[in-house]
Design a protein around this ligand. Structure first.
Ligand SMILES: [Zn+2]
Length: 325
């Protein structure tokens, strides 16, 4: 049942009471800024800037010692799984605000924007605290997902002296999901089409790669200047800055570098669970794909896989990976 105008005004007045409130007590990071976490971050992000791990290089660049990558800012104050129990019993103001909206039919949530700013470099030993405030709530908006409200939060990160080291804004849309079209009773011409998979956007830089997939080829972009291989395709070589690009055909042999089993949310049009994996191709590049014909409990890091190009629907083809052999 949609809310009446009076109910909506009452809801909006209650929502506005949250604006300006901290979402919770300030959250100090569980660990001080430290070199092992920096190294693991750099490994995961393939960031080879030596000022993050080599004290001599950092000093040469004008720092007192190694510094943390600025983009790690939020990582220093991230919580464990204690927040992951759901919002049925709200534990902080943000949960209470979300539950208020959920209870009025705005049951879905999606993150839409985030921005970060860095005031100074962090170094090992710094203790970071996050202070998050509910900054603003929009008026009701009609979006492609459904009607809802944008909720903006702003986090200020401070150090052990209480000085700001950076900030982060985060916006979510809390919305009423649109009703699925009802199939006509006779199942005839009025029946809604079954939802399908989300097609990848194909632009100037990657359209050619998808066209080759449709021809049954798994390609890897190759720089004609220096021979470096890249995936996903890009306009310029990050090794030699050439914009002259060709490609090679991948053998399709690879190894699972990492994976995740996606059980929720259950997207219409997909067979759940989805085994999403990062595959190391034997040529040396990585690709994100799905592992299929494999039980979730059987996927493992280091597993040998082979590419297969599957027709997923309406003639559209997608490269997936199956256990080798
Ligand atoms: Zn190159």
């Amino acid at each position: 049942m949609p809310l009446s105008q009076a109910q909506k005004r009452e809801l909006e007045a209650k929502m506005q009471e949250f604006v300006g409130l901290p979402i919770s007590e300030p959250k100090p990071g569980r660990d001080a800024v430290n070199e092992p976490m920096i190294r693991q971050w750099c490994d995961a992000m393939a960031d080879e800037n030596p000022i993050y791990w080599d004290a001599a290089a950092a000093k040469e660049a004008g720092y007192d010692g190694v510094v943390a990558p600025p983009t790690m800012l939020q990582a220093w104050t991230m919580q464990g799984f204690e927040m992951a129990e759901g919002y049925d019993v709200p534990k902080n103001n943000e949960h209470r605000l979300h539950k208020l909206l959920t209870d009025h039919g705005y049951t879905s949530v999606v993150a839409t924007n985030t921005d970060q700013g860095y005031t100074r470099y962090l170094a090992p030993g710094d203790v970071v605290t996050a202070n998050t405030v509910i900054e603003s709530i929009s008026e009701e908006k009609a979006t492609a997902l459904g009607i809802g409200y944008f909720i903006n939060t702003r986090t200020t990160f401070t150090d052990q002296d209480g000085d700001e080291v950076g900030w982060l804004t985060f916006r979510v849309l809390k919305f009423v999901p649109q009703q699925q079209p009802q199939a006509a009773d006779d199942g005839g011409a009025g029946a809604a089409a079954a939802p399908g998979i989300i097609r990848p956007p194909m632009g100037h830089d990657n359209g050619w790669w998808w066209e080759l997939v449709q021809d049954g080829v798994l390609a890897i972009q190759r720089c004609n200047g220096c021979g470096a291989l890249h995936h996903p395709p890009r306009p310029m070589c990050n090794q030699c800055r050439s914009m002259d690009m060709g490609h090679v055909e991948a053998s399709g042999r690879g190894t699972v570098h990492s994976f995740t089993v996606i059980r929720h949310p259950q997207f219409p049009g997909y067979d759940m669970p989805i085994l999403a994996a990062l595959i190391d191709l034997e040529e040396g590049t990585r690709i994100v794909s799905n592992v299929v014909d494999c039980r979730p409990e059987d996927v493992h890091i280091g597993m040998k896989v082979t590419c297969r190009i599957d027709e997923v629907e309406d003639g559209f083809k997608l490269p997936v990976f199956v256990p080798a052999g």
